[in-house]
Ligand binder design. Structure first.
Ligand code: HEC
Length: 129
């Protein structure tokens, strides 16, 4: 291959990688997390965290096994509406609300706060559901 062809081939690869990795409709708060140090988001990592069991506690303890279905608060039994953006477009509209619940729920579930990468990954997964 000539140098020119190689350059074009590399360029096409780059475009492809960008197109595949870009979330078509990222939440603004994910961009904020990235400004705060989170790198490229990974929906699978987010899903894993969502399902991680820490001494019997998981995000799904209250939010239910499928983000597309209603959840039920493990203590109060109150209904929690679906977390999947496709079934519940009211989700993730208020950054303050998101931050408030991440703080509370990560502490309850994992016994610690979530970092910006974890929050970005979890939201990437939930908002793509
Ligand atoms: C003890 C019950 C409980 C657990 C466990 C729980 N949550 Fe929640 N979560 C709630 C409640 C209650 C709300 C607020 C009501 C609502 O938004 O429907 C909420 C809301 C949220 C929101 C805000 C959504 C929005 O629309 O802004 C996020 C984000 C969230 N939770 C993430 C998590 C993550 C991540 C975990 C696991 C680390 C988790 N939650 C575990 C009860 C829980």
């Amino acid at each position: 291959m000539k140098t020119g062809q190689i350059v074009i081939a590399l360029w096409l690869c780059l475009i492809l990688i960008t197109a595949v990795s870009a979330n078509p409709n990222p939440l603004k708060i994910i961009e904020v997390y990235q400004q705060q140090g989170a790198s490229r988001t990974d929906a699978n990592r987010g899903k894993q965290l969502w399902e991680t069991d820490t001494e019997g506690r998981r995000c799904t303890s209250c939010h239910g096994d499928s983000p597309s279905n209603n959840g039920s608060h493990i203590k109060t039994k109150k209904l929690i509406k679906p977390m999947a953006l496709s079934v519940n477009p009211e989700r993730y509209q208020d950054d303050k609300k998101i931050e408030k619940w991440f703080l509370r729920n990560c502490k309850w579930t994992f016994g610690r706060e979530c970092n910006v990468q974890e929050k970005a990954d979890i939201l990437t997964w939930l908002s793509s559901q």
